[in-house]
Design a protein around this ligand. Structure first.
Ligand code: THU
Length: 138
């Protein structure tokens, strides 16, 4: 029963990430990415990558979705799904791993490929030997 709920949650999250991908602004790389984030209370946020003509200002879908959630008062996350149009699951960049770590090293990251394959790892697994400030309160 719990497992079924868990799978439904993941399916819904992946569907939201796929929808968000269609909003990606990626005229420079042509690489569209969508992300969806589930909070402990069950809210779901979505985000996409947003590129810039100066390239370096471009921001990944993962950081967009986390920023959206935090700016709406959410900091307790269960899992984040990320999708691209690649066959194989996409893997978050180093900057995004550190950004995710800030809120919960045990958050699950669901990496999804177009071929239906997906891989689930915690942020701590994606970023071993991480640096993190202790005793964060706010
Ligand atoms: N990108 C993401 O949004 N998430 C990732 O996990 C990897 C890369 C974006 C950044 C840039 O807009 C484009 O994909 C190509 O790197």
């Amino acid at each position: 029963m719990r497992k079924k709920q868990h799978n439904n949650d993941i399916d819904e999250l992946v569907a939201t990430a796929r929808q968000a991908r269609s909003m990606a602004y990626a005229p420079y790389s042509g690489f569209k990415v969508g992300a969806a984030l589930q909070t402990k209370e069950g809210r779901i946020f979505s985000g996409c990558n947003v590129e810039n003509t100066t390239y370096g200002l471009s921001i990944c879908a993962e950081r967009v979705v986390i920023t959206k959630a935090v700016s709406e008062g959410e900091k307790d996350f269960v899992r984040l799904a990320v999708v691209s149009d690649h066959d194989n699951p996409i893997s978050p960049c180093g900057a995004c791993r550190q950004f995710m770590l800030e809120f919960d090293p045990e958050m699950e990251v669901v990496m999804v490929g177009q071929n239906g394959n997906h891989r689930i790892m915690t942020v701590a697994e994606l970023l071993p030997h991480y640096f993190m400030r202790r005793n964060k309160k706010s």
